[in-house]
Write a protein that binds this ligand. Structure first.
Ligand SMILES: NC(=O)c1ccc[n+]([C@@H]2O[C@H](COP(=O)([O-])OP(=O)(O)OC[C@H]3O[C@@H](n4cnc5c(N)ncnc54)[C@H](OP(=O)(O)O)[C@@H]3O)[C@@H](O)[C@H]2O)c1
Length: 308
């Protein structure tokens, strides 16, 4: 059976902030055989696509991330952009398949890397985003004091009123991030879950407590940074306060999948964790959805619904 497959590709490498003209919708013809399905094939109908900021590092001509792990390899202009998603298996001869969970980043990163203790003071950046909102909710459930930062007043309200953060602030309105953190954490920060890198990380290090832990999850402020300004961390703070900064990738945490699913599902069923999803519709909306996360348009997990 001949079918037409639609996909989004980049037209050129993207070395700054992504824009509409960097993307194109392409079509290709495929020959699919459902009866019998060749033994090496699984035919999947895509239902949802996950929109992830780190894909921008794959669209650059060069990024050191591209050689670090197989799912971060470079995407060349014209090629199909592979991504995490949800699909329905239409036909298969395979008995094994791979599952992926976005919330695992928040769960594993917080519990395994940050090792929280009740009463500790936790700071989360992009706190209304996909990973950040869950980190804050896990931290509250662990008995921590939690402050989040995000880029709009509407999201600040959501964090405080709906998700139960102890406090939240709009980092775009703060002229001095170091002073802002001193205001929200007069007794210092014990745990920082870092989704942004850059100037916020510099400010946090100065406000960390002795034996503080920083989970380096993402550095979105640096992905589209055309000025090439690099972080300048205070080594004096890191050494004398014995701060641990640990980078991690979600595949490192796959052994926590079962715990993550059972604990999180129970909390969701009990109404103790809110699920935040931000859905766009149709393959054509993928570029706009992707560009939007670098403007902070999304609230919660950004996904695109492709089909029913
Ligand atoms: N280590 C891993 O394996 C792993 C896995 C998944 C995700 N991550 C990383 O975790 C971070 C969050 O990912 P996510 O999927 O949850 O995305 P997200 O937070 O849902 O969306 C991105 C958010 O980042 C903020 N943002 C955009 N540009 C920014 C800038 N220049 N400076 C500061 N904030 C900016 C925006 O929110 P505001 O309104 O708050 O600005 C935007 O909504 C990313 O850095 C991502 O790469 C890492």
């Amino acid at each position: 059976m001949a079918v037409t497959n639609k996909y989004i590709a980049i037209k050129n490498f993207i070395n700054g902030v992504p824009k509409d003209s960097d993307f194109e919708l392409k079509t290709e013809s495929l020959s699919l055989s459902l009866e019998p399905v060749p033994s090496f094939l699984v035919i999947v109908k895509t239902l949802y696509l996950s929109i992830d900021p780190s894909q921008l590092n794959r669209m650059k001509e060069y990024s050191s991330s591209q050689k670090a792990i197989s799912f971060a390899t470079r995407i060349n202009p014209g090629e199909v952009i592979d991504s995490i998603g949800v699909g329905r298996v239409v036909a298969s001869n395979q008995t094994e398949f791979v599952k992926g969970f976005s919330g695992l980043t928040a769960y594993g990163g917080f519990f395994e890397v940050c090792k929280p203790k009740k009463g500790e003071r936790v700071f989360v950046s992009t706190a209304a985003g996909s990973v950040g909102n869950l980190v804050g909710q896990y931290a509250k459930l662990s008995g921590c004091f939690v402050v989040g930062c995000t880029g709009t007043d509407q999201k600040v309200e959501l964090l405080k009123e709906k998700l139960g953060f102890d406090d939240a602030f709009n980092y775009k309105k703060e002229p001095d991030l170091k002073l802002a953190l001193k205001r929200y954490f007069p007794d210092g920060i014990d745990i920082y879950f870092d989704n942004v890198g850059g100037e916020m990380l510099e400010a946090v290090v100065e406000n960390m407590n002795v034996q503080g832990r920083i989970a380096a999850c993402g550095a979105i402020s640096e992905y589209a940074n055309t000025r090439n300004k690099k972080v300048s961390l205070s080594l004096i703070d890191i050494i004398y306060k014995r701060i641990i900064i640990q980078g991690f990738l979600t595949p490192d945490l796959m052994n926590m999948s079962e715990d993550f699913i059972s604990a999180t599902s129970a909390h969701i069923c009990a109404g103790k964790i809110h699920v935040l999803e931000d859905v766009s519709f149709g393959l054509e909306s993928v570029p706009t959805a992707f560009i939007g996360i670098f403007r902070g348009d999304n609230i919660g997990k950004k996904i695109v619904k492709i089909s029913d």
